[in-house]
Design a protein around this ligand. Sequence first.
Ligand code: PLP
Length: 396
Amino acid sequence: MSKGLGNTAWSPEDFVGLDRRALEQRPGAKWQKFGSEVLSMWVADMDFPIAPMVRGAIETQLDTGDLGYPWTSLKDDVASTFAARMASRYDWAIDPADVTVLQDVIQGLQAVIMTCTEPGDGVTMQTPIYHPFLNTIRDMGRPLVDNPWISTADGWDLDVDGLLATLASNPAKLFILCNPHNPTGRVYTRTELDSLAEVVLEHDLLVISDEIHAELIHEGTHIPFASLSQEISDRTITLTAASKAFNLAGLKMAVAHTTCRDIASRLAELPGHLFGGINTFGMRATLACWRDGDDWREAVVQRLTSNRDLLHGQLAKQIPEITFRKPQATYLGWIDCSGLDLGGTQPSPFFLENAGLALNDGNEFGVQGKNCCRMNFATGPEIVTEAVERMATSLS
Ligand SMILES: Cc1ncc(COP(=O)(O)O)c(C=O)c1O
């Protein structure tokens, strides 16, 4: 794990045997919230050391001796590098002029909801879903038009017929697509995205497509929703960032792309400084990741796939009453504990209290999250093993 930028031959074994004491002393939210006695596997930050291209970008910026306002060419660089990346990864040709730099994805999401919808306008999404989406629409007075995943023996089925039926009686203005999906880890197929696109056109919906987990795929292929057709692009804003795939959420930098003139002009009408400027380190680090980080990222994804399989195997062996479907993307495992008798306590508080293990509470992700919890397995495999052992011991 002491590799530098010069050594590009990364392997999943480079992310094994993490220094536990160093993790416990990390000053960020993940390891501070519950204290050092608790194994922290909740918020979506990885436990891996800072990637060398990120460290290199920050040091290089420091060496310029300039922490002043960034010149606009840096934002332009981010926009054109993002466009080039979308073309090479997804064959999605976009104009850098349609790319805006933001501080974070949720900022962009809230700005679109604020400017393009009114209180009372329905917002549809597939639940259980990343809780800040639900909290945002609740706080902004936009009702949820719920389209729950159908849980099957093999995974999660998209319920397009259910969505059509729901929209017929509960109209929505906006569709928030989480592509790939947090917390189920589902990667949408082209057929699924095409059917959603039909619904979007039929019901005249605007779309926010959050694609922040797109570069952490285990199975399947990521397809940007806006790449489906010009018609779909013209009613979609895509929000994403390097922050999940390269582990730099604290550097606060995200991008938005839209060819939707309505969304673009409403956002442009907002006062220029309302959302603040963009951090120079965030832009420099993002550029370094997109230009030089794929070898590191691919090794990380292999580590995550292996951890996911380990988690699946250990849960099946030690706690077979739990249902855990392997996520096709991300490092977030959705763990259904309905088969356990936890004495009336929900899984997250139960395991915190009895196993010293911090997981996200499934209830935050919508009503389907009852009796579920979410585990972040972006850590060493030894920690994944310990987590399942702690869970099993707490149940025995
Ligand atoms: C689906 C999804 N969107 C957005 C975010 C947060 O992004 P940001 O920190 O850029 O707001 C996360 C963080 O885990 C996420 O999982």
